[in-house]
Design a protein around this ligand. Sequence first.
Ligand code: ADP
Ligand code: MG
Length: 318
Amino acid sequence: MTGEFELIRRYFASAACARAEGAVALGIGDDCALLAPAAGQQLAVSTDTLVEGVHFPKACDAFLLGQRSLAVAASDLAAMGATPLAFTLALSLPEADDAWLAELARGLDRMARQCAMQLIGGDTTRGPLSLTLTVFGQVPTGQALLRCGARQGDLLCVGGALGDAAGALPLVLGQRQADPQLAEPLLARYWSPQPQFALGQALRGKASAALDISDGLLADCGHIARASAVRLCVEQARVPLSLPLRGFAGDSEALRCGLSGGDDYLLAFTLPPAHWPALQAEWPQVCRIGHVEAGDGVCLLDDDGRSLEPTVLGYQHF
Ligand code: ADP
Ligand code: MG
């Protein structure tokens, strides 16, 4: 490898996803990129840092890491109801390993194409392995999905089965093995989360509050509850859990993953009940898992509608 600029050129500036087109007026190579959101749109911006040993395992596959890093960052755009446009990559590397960089760039490029996002810049430095991705999207002015609009009487919904990524952790860390028909869907949910852009965009003007679940359902519902000054009630029996997760982890661990595991990057949102029939018809994978009450915090209801004490259940988020 011959220095920083050659590295940037070889792996990032020449990547298919780095072509300047659409909303990208100027891409990699100058002091700044230039982004031109459409008229009447606001720019949505979010940053995520992933540190080796904290957010991803040491010595993990570079292709999978590239793919997952962008998906995790881009999921915040989905949560705002934004349309993805572009991203930057600030990379800190202990050494420039050609094979590793090529795989990282390939994984980023794959997810960038899937998300219709372009790489428009970044920074490359020597240091402990970490990636910081800043993502840019656009959303019609005033229509972004915020965390602060949930109202008493709204339904609480999620974008699909929860807990698969958390359930996959023993597989990711090599602590357990499983049959491919169980392992593959769970590992895919960890390494290749699918930001719910279309669902987020469909919820504009309908959902009263929304976010993407990164820290676990109960913890993230707490963010909506705080921002909206309401109580979110989760009905335990309604929490959707996949068959592979139940098969691999067992029912009780599957439920723990669904309630408290993070990393799924599915949307959680509150919805005035009048919108439910049409939403359910168009998005069969969306599940109604609870409702919004006056009060504060998050409560978990058992099969008989009795409130379970989260501290008794050992959830540390409260
Ligand atoms: P400056 O010194 O002006 O900040 P750099 O020398 O760091 O610029 O980067 C040169 C160009 O390469 C810039 O356009 C920058 O955005 C881009 N760049 C640097 N690192 C990366 C990276 N890892 N991925 C994509 N683009 C990058
Ligand atoms: Mg720089």
